[in-house]
Each structure stands twice: as structure tokens, then as C-alpha cells.
Design a protein around this ligand. Sequence first.
Ligand SMILES: Nc1ncnc2c1ncn2[C@@H]1O[C@H](COP(=O)(O)OP(=O)(O)OP(=O)(O)O)[C@@H](O)[C@H]1O
Length: 222
Amino acid sequence: MIELKNVTKSYEINKSNIVTALNSVSMKIDEGELVVIKGASGSGKSSILSLIAALSKPTTGEVIVDAKQISKLPDNFASEYRRDNIGFVFQKYNLITTLSVKENILLPLVPLNPDADEADAKLHKVMEMFKISHKKDAIIKNLSGGEQQRVAIARANVNEPKIIIADEPTANLDEKLSLHFIEMLRKLKKLNKTIVIATHDPLFFDLDIVDREIEMHNGVVI
Ligand SMILES: Nc1ncnc2c1ncn2[C@@H]1O[C@H](COP(=O)(O)OP(=O)(O)OP(=O)(O)O)[C@@H](O)[C@H]1O
């Protein structure tokens, strides 16, 4: 379902300073697989996630998702691809703290302009799934960490993506919240979502729901 073929990603800081974040990386991730990408800071984990989400393009090589060359998509098609296929979970949730739970969860649907009933049905489905319905109208800044986490994961799922991308999702969480996050992943795995997590949190290593660990070092898979 997801394939990186001989991918190199370089960032040109200036003419004499080019950082090679990924060097000849190839990998395949199957539908429904939960893959953890691990490795030291700067080893290239986030760069892989950005490529899968079509947030950036490889310098050389190919990124293929569902038989589509997403590395060649023009920007407007790349955002359409993201909207339809990808759910994002970031380390600091990226919620808008002055808006309500409902407004935050609905954000990914705004560009799709769905009719009100359809949006409402999707909203309720994810609020139920992640047990946050009772806080529907609460403002984010008044929620506990665990509640905010549930909003973030509900939002990542409201567009019913096939792929969930999580970048250091437990970096700012205590152990109890991290374990809650893992329970939510368990639910997503049962729904056969393809999940790619970049992390150095040892909680994810040797975890039953993790199908595979890919280790990065200085931009190469080891
Ligand atoms: N936009 C950018 N411009 C220049 N260099 C970048 C950029 N993004 C990443 N890099 C560099 O590319 C390399 C890989 O970065 P990347 O963010 O993929 O690593 P990472 O493994 O996710 O790190 P961390 O665990 O710290 O998030 C690093 O050397 C980083 O400094």
C-alpha cells in the first residue's frame, strides 16, 4: 500500500550546505500494518512521514501509495490526497485552544464542504469512538490532557483516513496518557487502518500491536 523506492531527501540550507536527511531509503508498508519508525533525533523519521503524507517531495526516488505516485502530485492534488487519505496526530496535538471540541474535530472536513447532516454523523461517530461526546461544546483550553488527546485522535479520524501518521505522539505525555494513546491505537488497528508512527518512546518497542519496527540511522534504514 505504501512504498518508498530508493528515496533520497536533501535540504538545501544554502549553496554550500546541503543536508541529506534520507539516503536511498526503500520500504514497503502493507495495508492494516502498524509500523514504528525509530532512531535517534535527526535520523530522518519525520522526513519519511512528510513524504508519505505528500507534505514534501523526495529529491530522488519514488513514493507510491495505493499504486499512485504521490511524489509526482502537483500541490493541489497533494492536498486533496492528504484530505482523503491521511489522519495526522502530532506531539502537541495542534488543537486550536480557543475553539470547542466539536469545532476542532470538524476542521479537516471544512475544505470538503460536506452537508451538515453528513458532517454531524461523522462528528458523532468519532466522538463516540474516542469517548469525548460529553465535552462536545467545551473549549479546548478547559480540557484535561487526556481529553485533549482524545479530541486530537478523533480529529485525525473524522475524514475516515486509511492511513494514520503520528509524529512522536507520546512525547509530551505522562505514562498514563501514553498508555491511553496506545489503547486508542488498538481500536484503530482493529479498523484495519495503516498506522505509521515515528517515535523514540520505548513504550512502543516490543508492543503487541506493533507489526514491525524500522530503525533509522543518519538517513538510512538499518
Ligand atoms: N526543513 C528542513 N531544512 C533543513 N534541514 C532539515 C529540514 N527538515 C529536516 N532537516 C534535517 O534533516 C535531518 C533529518 O531530520 P528529521 O526531522 O527527518 O529527523 P527525525 O529523526 O524526525 O528527528 P527528531 O527525532 O529530532 O524529530 C536532520 O539533520 C534535520 O536537521
